[in-house]
Design a protein around this ligand. Structure first.
Ligand code: SPV
Ligand code: MG
Length: 431
């Protein structure tokens, strides 16, 4: 009997999935692929039930002969192993980023034999509602919050981009590229103090207070599902920090990064050009420990950021602090540098990793931007934060447009550098 293969990446079965199975049955024995947690997470279809529960759900479907696990969103391993006579899929992958997966399947079938069958995608109201409900479930705090830890377990590099409002949140959430025949997208969002301040026309000196920062986070959360890392500046007074940890955790933020400075904080990119004071080690350890103590879940992460290299206090100081902060309970270490040359970052990471293979390391490669994610990962770095590129892209574009209108006394001349609103609103979901 011919083997028909189809892969599902859903936690809820609707009419569309049943339709695929019914069609598949007409060609032979139906083998159903359950995308593994790892594959789903890379594909940005975060699971809301466990892999075993998904397998059991798929096995219970009428017409399915057996269920196998597909461990990558691309089909190479599964087709090589199963050599199906047919692969069946909805026709919705003919355009958009998923067409990369379709091309992958067609290529494999041409090499190993087999035929692709596409059935018209089910656009019923019920199916649409279920897909939407699944997406919205992912935005709930308990799912979003733990997503960063889940990513850290399976991804060689977690890539995070700055978001400072709903619109930049949508860009972080929805931008997908196909490159080298793979899909790529950002894993999470960084709510930067620099960008959150700049966006309000304010200096980055902890002037924008926590209520305003929470409002930014809420705006982003309203329209996205990806995990959020908050730039918590110094964390403020320990007595206040503990309350903020609770608030962030309850909202569904995945991590806060606090930096070991005290007094008036200035942005790290100023380095020693401005007066900035590093916090004593024991004081900062006490702040981390206090934050860890009040947490109610195991999901939330407090990451300690070390400013020794920024303030030119030396590598030994940076390493001493890293181990002290880890021992005080920090769930990760962010090491920062404003040098173009990545050597000091790499030296720190190599020496830290020689003694600690597990604690996640975070970097913000604004200055050492010549390093690729792969190069950073080779030194044991787990989270790469693109901390300010979106606002730096937007500002000159807006300024240029304002100048153009002033010069021409009308907007016609700048029109071709503008995106039509029709296109912008395709980003925005309607209920
Ligand atoms: C931020 O984005 O606000 C940061 C990173 O803290 S940096 O600006 O490089 O200090
Ligand atoms: Mg900051």
């Amino acid at each position: 009997m011919a083997v028909v293969y189809t892969a599902f990446c859903t936690d809820i079965i609707h009419e569309g999935h049943l339709n695929i199975i019914r069609n598949a049955q007409r060609y032979g024995e139906v083998v159903l692929g359950a995308l593994s947690d790892k594959a789903l997470i890379r594909y940005n279809k975060f699971p809301t039930i466990s892999q075993d529960e998904r397998i059991r759900l798929y096995e219970s479907l009428e017409g399915v002969s057996r269920v196998i696990v597909q461990d990558d969103y691309l089909y190479d391993a599964v087709i090589e192993q199963l050599r199906p006579d047919y692969v069946i899929h909805g026709d919705n992958w003919q355009s958009g980023p998923e067409s990369v997966i379709r091309a992958n399947v067609l290529d494999l079938l041409s090499r190993f034999g087999g035929e692709l069958i596409e059935v018209p995608y089910t656009r019923s109201e019920e199916a649409r509602k279920i897909d939407q409900q699944l997406r919205e479930k992912l935005a709930m705090p308990e799912y979003r919050r733990r997503r960063l830890r889940q990513l850290l377990e399976i991804s060689p590099t977690v890539k995070v981009i700055e978001a400072h409002d709903g619109l930049t949140g949508l860009i972080a959430e929805k931008t997908v590229v196909d490159h080298d025949n793979r899909l790529d997208q950002f894993d999470g969002m960084w709510v930067s103090s620099l960008c959150d301040s700049t966006e309000r026309g304010k200096p980055d000196i902890e002037l924008v207070d926590m209520s305003a920062r929470l409002r930014t986070i809420d705006d982003i959360m309203e329209v996205t599902t990806k995990p959020i890392i908050l730039d918590g500046d110094t964390g403020g007074l320990t007595e206040h920090f503990v309350y903020n940890v609770r608030t962030l955790e309850r909202m569904g933020v995945s991590a806060v990064i606090i930096e070991d400075k005290t007094g008036l904080k200035k942005n790290s990119l100023f380095g020693t050009e401005v007066k900035q004071t590093q916090a004593p080690i024991d004081e900062f350890c006490a702040k981390i420990a206090a934050g860890k103590k009040v947490q109610l879940t195991d999901d939330f992460m407090i990451i300690a950021r070390i400013e020794s290299l920024i303030l030119e206090r030396g590598m030994e100081d940076a390493l001493t602090r890293a181990f002290a902060f880890r021992d005080a309970g920090a769930d990760g270490i962010m090491i920062h540098s404003r040098k173009k040359d990545p050597s000091e970052i790499y030296e720190f990471c190599d020496r830290f990793r020689a003694q600690d293979s597990k604690t996640p390391i975070v970097v913000v490669p604004t200055s050492f931007n010549g390093e690729t994610e792969e190069e950073l990962s080779a030194h044991g770095i787990n989270i790469v934060i693109y901390a300010n590129q979106l606002i730096r892209a937007a500002f000159p574009a807006m300024q240029e447009t304002a100048r153009g209108i002033l010069k021409a006394h009308r907007a016609l001349e700048v029109d071709e550098q503008l995106m039509p609103f029709k296109e912008i609103i395709t980003l925005i979901d309607e209920l």
